[in-house]
Design a protein around this ligand. Structure first.
Ligand SMILES: Cc1ncc(COP(=O)(O)O)c(C=O)c1O
Length: 412
């Protein structure tokens, strides 16, 4: 008799659902579809030749060590490189404050594993990064939602959420996914003041900070936190910070890092040992070989130029095509913008009409920990993975789908 698998799954497994985005991606692989749905970087900008040369050098110079098991903390020269990079931004770290992870996704998962008991609360932005909710659902987290506006997290509402005693506050201050918003300096400082008063740590997720298209973003929460401390001593800090090579080199590397006081890193290290022992030694060494002599000094401006053009193309197409009842955020970096529909149009229903016109997006409801009225009438658009001509065509199709609702649905 076949095993009744459904009786075997742990209670937490039932909370893990396939992501809406994964389902949508199947539709978006069709060649005639213009997809604003994924969060993919532009593959034509991946530095393939630099990787080819670096991989061959690593294999020649240190093949056996690059292919051997290694320490959980990560390749020391890569952690030292990160220390030097953060030092340029006024953040003083030692390699003991850094753990190399298999994507930032793993850093988020580790935070769940190390900090969250079943039923514990986590403060999240509303909307927030879907992957974080997925990671923490598996630890049976509860969520204390704080809304965002065009300037990111609404700090005026943080205090009442902190009364719910979250284990940590998960914040995406820079070019937020999904909304593309950025917290100005004053809000960042205010957030740090409030969370310090409540003694709640912040988990700062910063995959997009290097992808700015107008001017560099305000300092990270990590950096501002250290500025407030005697001797800027990270060991006294209250911010855990994660970032990734996914958006500045390539996501298939699955290479990222998390920064924290060394005592927290030690717990992450033990937790990671039970997951994958360490992140690929080979990938770490190859990436280090690519970046060690200043490669990013030329590569990052290339990415910023290309993505800025796409961001501008999308903003121009929206202005040209959308009816006046639709509004959107003005991202200064990153890969996404957030569209607000009239309250009479449900984004999931609109997605069907959009798919009939071969264009895709992610309905806003995917990014909320629970259903809210606002969630229904919002959607996320990605501009990094579509060229400018397709952006114009795709936005025109989306506007056509919106205009296909009866005029009564679109009040003047
Ligand atoms: C806000 C945010 N955090 C984390 C990640 C995960 O990135 P990684 O590829 O490093 O796992 C992403 C990727 O889309 C993201 O948008």
């Amino acid at each position: 008799m076949a095993i009744a698998w459904s009786q075997r799954y742990a209670a937490r497994t039932r909370r893990i659902q396939s992501s809406v985005i994964r389902e949508l991606l199947k539709f978006t692989t069709r060649p005639d579809v213009i997809s604003f749905a994924g969060g993919l970087p532009a593959a034509e900008l991946f530095p393939v030749q630099a990787f080819q040369r670096a991989a061959s050098r690593v294999l020649q110079q240190s093949g056996p060590s690059a292919l051997q098991y290694s320490i959980t903390e990560g390749y020391l020269p890569l952690r030292e490189w990160l220390c030097a990079r953060y030092a340029q931004k006024g953040v003083s770290l030692s390699p003991d404050n850094i753990l190399i992870t298999t994507g930032s996704a793993q850093a988020l998962y580790l935070c769940g594993k190390v900090f969250v008991n079943p039923g514990d609360a986590v403060l999240v932005e509303s909307p927030t990064f879907l992957g974080a909710l997925q990671a923490w659902n598996s630890f049976q987290a509860r969520y204390l939602d704080v809304p965002i506006d065009d300037q990111g997290l609404q700090t005026a509402q943080v205090e009442s959420a902190l009364l719910g005693a979250p284990r940590f506050a998960y914040v995406l201050p820079t070019y937020q996914n999904p909304a593309g918003t950025t917290m100005p300096l004053a809000r960042r400082q205010r957030l740090l003041e409030i969370t310090a008063r409540f003694q709640v740590p912040i988990l700062e997720d910063d995959p997009y900070g290097e992808l700015y298209y107008d001017q560099p973003p305000p300092p990270s929460l990590l950096s501002l936190d250290l500025q407030r401390l005697p001797h800027a001593d990270i060991e006294q800090g209250s911010v855990i910070h994660t970032s990734t090579f996914s958006k500045i080199l390539a996501p298939g590397l699955r290479l990222a890092w998390v920064i924290a006081p060394s005592e927290v890193i030690r717990h992450f290290v033990r937790a990671k040992q039970g997951i994958d022992l360490h992140t690929s030694s080979f990938v770490q060494q190859v990436v280090y070989e690519v970046i060690k002599d200043g490669f990013l000094r030329e590569h990052l401006p290339r990415l910023r130029r290309a993505y800025r053009q796409r961001r501008d193309a999308m903003l121009a197409a929206l202005t040209a095509c959308m009816p006046p009842q639709v509004s959107w955020t003005q991202p200064q970096g990153g890969m996404f913008l957030w569209l607000r529909l009239p309250p009479t149009i449900d984004a999931t229903d609109l997605l069907e009409r959009a798919q009939q016109r071969n264009v895709a997006f992610v309905p806003g409801s995917a990014f909320y920990s629970r259903p809210t009225p606002e969630a229904t009438h919002t959607l996320r658009l990605n501009f990094s993975n579509v060229d400018e001509a397709a952006i114009h065509t795709g936005i025109a199709r989306l506007a056509e789908a919106i205009n296909s609702y009866a005029p009564a649905t679109l009040p003047a």
